[in-house]
Design a protein around this ligand. Structure first.
Ligand SMILES: [Zn+2]
Length: 290
């Protein structure tokens, strides 16, 4: 069965309990990562996993609470490599290729100096050999690709498709992803308001990982920006019900939802629309599958 680990379950707000988005999925023996919000890489190690184990990274969109740790992830994965790992594949909406190039690109990337130093200086070559690498040490090859709705990637035991969801276009494009495999199916909503494309993508899925940022009352005004571009408790519950999902994991939670009174109300509001199993995400939790 798939393993799903929550690395980041919050919003851009730097709360003590939860930070921006990231999730690990193990399926068919491969590790996939969805989004790479602040501190993702170090939280991954806290949870007992390694950057070098992740061969596929998917971005839902390029708000910084979903990608700010991308440089750290790329550099750590490179630095911990012994040159025998699979080359990383990265997928996301437009800007994914450009962002990757701006971080790691030869000569012009913001961190190219680090790659030059670590592939040449004896100190770094010593560390590389100590870990089991054999010089010469090479710069990392990263296969980043801008993707659009449809089939995005296929592994040995899984296929990933995407749908365009509705968040902060035209400034940033946003995608939701669906994993299909013999072991089960999972959808990551990314950030979005409730929308038909997400409901269709999530139809009958085993697990919907769904944005739930605030109580309905805080977003009830349909003309307010939050009401127009994000999903509340009621919106999350309604989406899960409309898509007939088997289970829902609520993520991208505003820190207010952790207040006991608001949390109780939030559970009630989600339950008013969706009667299936609902899990409120916490950092570093493994989501029970069965
Ligand atoms: Zn966003």
């Amino acid at each position: 069965m798939p393993r799903v680990i929550v690395l980041g379950s919050g919003t851009p707000f730097p709360d003590t309990r939860r930070w921006g988005s990231s999730f690990l999925v193990q399926i068919g023996g491969e590790w996939l990562m969805f989004d790479c919000g602040p501190a993702t890489t170090y939280k991954m190690y806290q949870a007992g996993f390694k950057a070098t184990e992740v061969d596929h990274l998917f971005f839902t969109h390029h708000h910084s609470d979903h990608d700010a740790d991308y440089p750290c992830f790329l550099l750590t994965r490179f630095d911990m490599s012994i040159g025998k790992e699979n080359e990383l594949k990265v997928y996301g909406p437009e800007l994914t290729e450009q962002l990757t190039e701006r971080i790691m690109g030869k000569d012009t990337g913001a961190y190219w100096h680090d790659i030059v130093a670590r592939t040449n200086h004896p100190l770094s070559l010593y560390a590389y050999e100590s870990r089991g690498g054999t010089p010469p040490r090479k710069p990392p090859k990263i296969h980043a690709r801008d993707v659009t709705p449809g089939t995005v990637a296929t592994g040995k035991h899984w296929e990933i498709s995407s749908a365009r969801v509705e968040h902060v276009q035209p400034y940033l494009d946003s995608l939701a992803y669906r994993i299909d495999s013999d072991e089960g199916s999972i959808v990551f909503s990314g950030d979005t308001r409730p929308c038909q494309a997400l409901t269709e993508l999530a139809s009958g899925v085993d697990l919907l990982v769904m944005e739930c940022i605030r109580l309905h009352d805080d977003m009830a005004d349909p003309e307010s920006a939050p009401g127009k571009y994000e999903t509340s408790t009621i919106g999350a519950g309604q989406t899960a019900a409309d898509a007939s999902v088997k289970k829902m994991l609520l993520v991208h939670q505003n820190h207010n939802l952790d207040q006991p009174e608001q949390h109780t109300k939030a559970i009630r509001e989600v339950g008013s629309r969706y009667s299936g199993t609902t899990i409120w995400a916490d950092e570093l939790m493994e989501v029970p599958w069965g």
